[in-house]
Design a protein around this ligand. Structure first.
Ligand code: PA5
Ligand code: MN
Length: 186
């Protein structure tokens, strides 16, 4: 293995380090389209970082059989009554699966199949979630502190955000009376 393929994972914090890590941020302005309450979103600082991603993709994006490894750090917050969350996506190649494994914090993994049936799995440190093929996935931070999770998926899966941009998920996770509540969308 060449040194550029060296990866270190701090399993206490979920932080990756190594020479080939790619870092990216998603701010409220990048994510405005995912939240139901546009007025509440516009009232917040649009430069605020909602989540940061570190990814390690030694085989690039088109290597059949390759694997990617990634860490996501999702801040705590609300847009109206909706928790800070990831954009969410299907895999472009629908028959590609994924693992998410929680390191720190409390979250909700929102899953939706292609028939738009949705469900939620609760994320706590150590909980490891198998995301099956043809299943859109989005994570919401339902706790008072940052949520950190690790992911592993086939490097040729691709991220299809467009399908979510067009129709959204069929349910939203809302904070109702202080409790995360899974609310179906019309
Ligand atoms: O590949 C994945 O599913 C994750 O690494 C996500 O890309 C990451 O958690 C960020 O979420 P999203 O891609 O939906 O913005
Ligand atoms: Mn994915």
């Amino acid at each position: 293995m060449s040194s550029t393929n060296t990866l270190n994972v701090d399993f206490a914090m979920g932080v990756l380090s190594g020479p080939s890590i790619i870092e990216s941020n998603r701010t409220l302005s990048d994510l405005a389209w995912i939240f139901a309450d546009q007025a509440a979103c516009e009232a917040l600082d649009s430069s605020r970082v909602v989540y940061r991603v570190q990814s390690f993709q030694p085989g690039g994006d088109d290597t059949g059989g390759g694997l990617c490894w990634c860490a996501t750090f999702l801040e705590s917050g609300l847009v109206g009554d909706e928790y800070f969350m990831t954009a969410g996506h299907f895999h472009t190649k629908r028959n590609r699966d994924e693992y998410y494994s929680t390191v720190l914090g409390r979250g909700a993994l929102i899953l939706m199949d292609e028939a738009r049936n949705s469900r939620v799995e609760w994320m706590t440190p150590g909980s490891t979630h198998y995301i099956p093929a043809s299943t859109a996935h989005r994570v919401a931070n339902i706790g008072p502190t940052r949520l950190s999770f690790l992911a592993c998926w086939p490097s040729d899966a691709g991220h299809d955000y467009e399908t979510i941009r067009l129709r959204g998920f069929s349910a939203r996770l809302r904070c109702v009376d202080g409790q995360p509540t899974f609310v179906p969308q019309p």
